[in-house]
Each structure stands twice: as C-alpha cells, then as structure tokens.
Design a protein around this ligand. Sequence first.
Ligand code: FES
Length: 386
Amino acid sequence: MPETKNIDTTYHSLTLSEVRPLTADSVMLTFNVPPHLEALYRFEPGQYLTLRTNIEGKRVSRCYSICSPIDSGDISVAIRQVEGGQFSSHAVNHFEADEEIEVMPPMGHFKLSPRRDGETVLISKLYVGIAGGSGITPIMSMITTVMKNEPSSRFVLFYANRSEQSMMFRDELTSMLAAFSGRFFCVPFFSEGAESEQLIHHAVASTLNNNTSSIASTDRPGIPVQIKTLLRELPDLSRADSWHLCGPQGMTDTLQQVLIDNAVSAGCIQRELFTADTQKSTTNKLDKNTQSEAGSQIKVIFEGESIEFRLSPKDDFVLNEALKIRDDLPHACQFGGCGTCKAKIVEGSATMRDNMALEDEEVEEGYILTCQATPTSPVLAISFDE
Ligand code: FES
C-alpha cells in the first residue's frame, strides 16, 4: 500500500507553454515550471499531475499522467476527451498557451525510477509496457526516460487502439523505433474495445510461451500484418525485469492474470488504472444496512473552518456532496487511488467502497478516503486538518 502521510496537496499556478493536439480528440499540455518550483515538480516516470481550473463558474480538478521524460526541462501531460468528461472536454477544446492552470506537485506510485543525476546509467534491463488507448501516457514517459538514461536497457510496448488515427504519440513512437532500433520495440493493435484487449492478452501469452504461430496465422482484423515478425523480434519477455500496465480496469485485471499464469512474478507487475473523468463514475451504491433512511449529519473541517450538511442514502459519497459546498477540499482521482482526499474521523464512523491508497495502519487510526466514504453513524465529523 502506498504511503499517504506526506502528500503535498498545494496547488501552484503554472503557465501553459504549449497546447499541442495529438489526435482529433486529445492534446498534450506542457507547463512552464519557474525555477523556484523546479524541485517541487521533479517527478518519476509514471507519475501524474492534478490539474484544477474553473469551468462554468466551478472549480473542477482531475489528474492526468505525465508523458514527458525526466530531466527534459518540460513537464507535460496528455489528455484524451472522454464522453461526458467535463475537464477533458474543456482541456481539449479551450485550453490555450499562456493560460495559467492550477497544478498540484507530481504524485503517484506507478513509476519506474532510473537514476536522475543527469548521467546515463550502465545497467541493462528489459521493461515491458502494455497500454490501452490513453494508457500510453505514463508509459511514454517511461520509454523516453529509459531510452535517454539507460543506453543498455530495452523497452517492449504492446499498444491497443481503436484505429491508427486514434493512436496518441503515433509519430513519436515511429521516430523512436527508427532511432532506437534493437532497444525499443512496439507491437500495435487496432481494434474496438474488448476485441483489442483480447488480442493483446493473446499476443502477450503467445510471446511468453514462445509460441506465436496461432496469433500469427489468424486473420482477425486489428492484427498487424507483420505480427509474426514483430513477435519473433522481441526479446525474451520471460526475462523482463518489470511489467507496467495502464488501461481500463478490465484489460489490466485480465493481463495481470495472464502474466501470473505465465510465471511472471506478481512483484514485477505494476498497473495504473485510468482516471475517471465523469461525475457519474463515483455514483454511490449505498449499503442500506449501514445507513438509516434518515441519513446522516455530516460535518467537514478544513483549514480551521467547518461546513455541515445532511447526507441521505440516495446521495453521493461524502466528498462529492461536500464539494458542492466547498470546492477547494483536497481531492484528485476520485476513485480511491491517490490518497489526496484523506481525512480523519473525529466523530462517528464510515465505510469505504474502495481503498487503494491508505495503509492499514492509517485506517486503524481513523483515516478515510472521503471520495469513497459513506457514513455508518447518524453523525459523521471528519477533519482534513489532522
Ligand atoms: S481523490 Fe484520490 S483517493 Fe480520493
């Protein structure tokens, strides 16, 4: 479990130095980090930034993975517009260079950590990344960092997309294939939804088993014509030092199982789920056994001030309802993954739907992820200040 005790949730205003379209529905945002904030915004490949901006009079925040390599002097994120995604739609359609955006320092535990002393590293590792759609973003940072900082290491990328046109970083990946021949390998798949996920599962398992004939002989759409050559050219994936999965939960759940079934150690597998960008994604499924029909009285303390409201069983999680009154409460992912919304129970009790961020010890001390919290007592008082 990640450590959340020292998360810095302070926003700083950063200027957008570039807004570059990647595909018809995605952009890359590059931020200018002033010298006095450089140390704060140093990151490891795979981490993310939480961005906040005003949309239709309300502050809205979302987190997006960093796609730039470390030590490049830039810090960039890539955003794909998702259906109903308030922030992503605004970013793709309205952000412009020179605009100021509020940005939290980098965070996240999905990371690959080569030395960051500006010198190349004389180690020889084999990394594998598996990305679905915009899941390429953190893996892009890993690939470019490894190519630059570890000249003896190799990186294999399996990358699923709806089509070649919807492929983020297509030109950059093509250039890297030419520049880093023998070190960087990319196996693309183009297909809709679950179909492409099945193809990747099959390709990864086939390659691990050194038996690519079945996938090579298939004529299913979405399989690159050169798949046989591609798969045969790959290094021996069973010797990979680490696997990094980023995509929809269903895809990464199955992939993780495929890897474990094929003798990959669980300790070598890291995965990152997509950040939800729709308000619907955190719709609460209240347990009727844990909350009375009358609901609960909620008290939230933040920066020495408190707000109070009633939460009924049909309402959303504590954080989402509290944000309607105070939109500056600390939060980022809103799916229980980052720990930014951690608060301590000072009265009453609550339950969490998902917790991928708090240590057992923190839960025992009374901390909850407010974005996942439902009260289980008539009164629930929580403090973000403890
Ligand atoms: S906002 Fe990330 S865990 Fe709640």
